[in-house]
Every structure is written in structure tokens, then in C-alpha cells.
Write a protein that binds this ligand. Structure first.
Ligand SMILES: C[S@@+](CC[C@H](N)C(=O)[O-])C[C@H]1O[C@@H](n2cnc3c(N)ncnc32)[C@H](O)[C@@H]1O
Length: 243
């Protein structure tokens, strides 16, 4: 194991409930899932997540998301709306190739910290290569069980991830738990909407397409306030605030 921690990872670990005694950062991200016990949260074993967990899938996704963010406004993170304070901490859950995490890092400024959390090793390898830096860190972990203490972060975002998480309610509850009072969250998911026939096959591949009010209701149930939803075709943004 490599125990020389990059500074951004060291700052991330300072926020943990239980800092690892022998952190594995040998691949540039902190791996919290190697050697995980049987008490681990449920895993998505479907086809789509298997693609995102592969080298070729992560390469294809990286290129596709760059295209989508360039041409489709619905794919862009509402960074300004998240109102990350200078020097604050922002979390990108299911960070994939890491470009959203990097944008959070720029918004938080040089004294701030952006942390990307993902379950896929190839996605994390790409993210580390392209975006890890003095205030951007990545860790391999599960959205359903975050390692951070309660009320430690100033903003949370998650794009195109909850549809792949076996227990989205657990993930949303974790997002609330780690967010500081008065701070904001913005999450993007695919919705059923007017789904074109080929896409209707996707739920059987391990991706859940949310009903129009499903995620907004869940946000309110776990305790977010000022919940707002905005739907663009099959893409929905749900935003809220921790009271
Ligand atoms: C469609 S990609 C989106 C990546 C990134 N958010 C973006 O918009 O570019 C979905 C990502 O969620 C990750 N993911 C799936 N289930 C996860 C979980 N339980 N915990 C953390 N990440 C997860 C996948 O590995 C993949 O990188």
C-alpha cells in the first residue's frame, strides 16, 4: 500500500468518520472498497453498470459526456446555484471521468476541496489522470454508504448515477447526512417521461428510470427543503437544501 497521501486526499480523510489506518492510494485514488466485508451495501450487477466499470465503457462514456455537456444544457451542473463558498468542500457522487468534480474544485477555489466518489476503478483511473490535483481528490466508495462525518460538506451533486444505485433512498439519505445546514444539493437522473421504445429496454439492464415525482418526493421524505424539479425530456434535475 502507498501511504504517502496526496494533500487533497489527506484533507478528504480528515472528514471521515473512521480514517483508514492503512490507506490504499496506490492508484491515485483512495480505495475504500478493496477487501470489503459481506456487510457491504447491495451492488448493481446489471449490464449498464458493468459497462461503466469496464475500461472501454469508461472511455466511451468520457467522450459521450463531453459531447453532451457541450451541446445539451440539461447535462451541465448548476455550479453557480450550488453556491459553494470559497474554501468550502463539495462532493460529486458517482463522479465518473471527474470533469464535474474538477469544476466543483474550481468553484471552491484553491483553499477549497472537491471530492469525487465512484465505484468504478476504470472511471476513477481516468478521473485521477485528468483531474486530480491540489484541491481535487477521488475515492472509490459507494454512494449508499459515504465515509464522511455528518454535516461536513458545503455542496453535493450527482449526475446520472442514482438510476444505477440499488437503494437510491439510502444514497439520498447519505447526501443529506453529510451536507451542512443551509447548503445545497443538485441531482440529475433519467426519468421515464416519454421514453422512446428502445430506451424502455434499459430498466431490465439494471438502470431505474424515475417517475416524474419520484425523486422529488424522496428528497422531501429524507428531509430536504425547498425541493424543486425541472425536467427536460427524459432528464430531470432535482434540487434542494438541507434545513
Ligand atoms: C453515467 S455515469 C455518470 C458519471 C458522472 N456523474 C458524469 O455525469 O459524467 C454513472 C457513474 O456512477 C457510478 N456509480 C454507479 N453506482 C454507484 C454507486 N453505488 N456508488 C458510487 N458510484 C456509482 C458509475 O461507476 C459511473 O461512473
Amino acid at each position: 500500500m502507498t501511504t504517502t497521501l496526496p494533500p487533497a486526499l489527506s484533507r478528504a480523510i480528515d472528514l471521515f468518520i473512521e480514517p483508514p489506518s492503512d490507506p490504499d492510494v496506490s492508484r491515485g485514488y483512495l480505495d475504500l472498497l478493496s477487501g470489503q466485508s459481506s456487510a457491504a451495501p447491495p451492488r448493481n450487477t446489471g449490464f449498464i453498470q458493468a459497462v461503466w466499470a469496464s475500461g472501454i465503457g469508461s472511455l466511451l462514456y468520457d467522450n459521450a459526456q463531453a459531447f453532451a455537456r457541450r451541446f445539451l444544457g440539461a447535462w451541465r451542473t448548476p455550479i453557480d446555484w450550488l453556491a459553494i463558498p470559497q474554501g468550502g468542500v463539495a462532493l460529486d457522487i458517482g463522479s465518473g471521468p471527474g470533469n464535474v468534480t474538477a469544476a466543483l474544485g474550481s468553484a471552491a477555489g484553491p483553499d477549497g476541496l472537491a471530492i469525487g466518489v465512484d465505484i468504478s476503478e476504470p472511471m476513477l483511473a481516468r478521473a485521477v489522470r485528468a483531474h486530480a490535483g491540489p484541491n481535487v481528490a477521488f475515492l472509490r466508495g459507494d454512494a449508499q454508504r459515504l465515509p464522511f462525518r455528518d454535516e461536513t460538506v458545503d455542496a453535493v451533486t450527482s449526475l446520472a448515477v442514482l438510476q444505477l444505485v440499488p437503494e437510491p433512498a439510502a444514497a439520498v439519505a447519505e447526501m443529506l447526512r453529510v451536507l451542512r445546514a443551509g447548503r445545497r444539493i443538485a441531482v440529475m437522473v433519467p426519468t421515464v417521461g416519454t421514453m422512446p421504445p428502445p430506451l424502455r429496454l434499459l430498466p431490465s439492464s439494471g438502470a431505474h428510470f424515475f417517475g416524474e415525482d419520484e425523486l422529488g418526493d424522496l428528497f422531501e421524505q429524507v428531509g430536504f427543503e425547498r425541493v424543486r424539479t425541472k425536467t427536460f425530456g427524459n432528464i430531470q434535475w432535482v434540487r434542494g437544501r438541507r434545513p
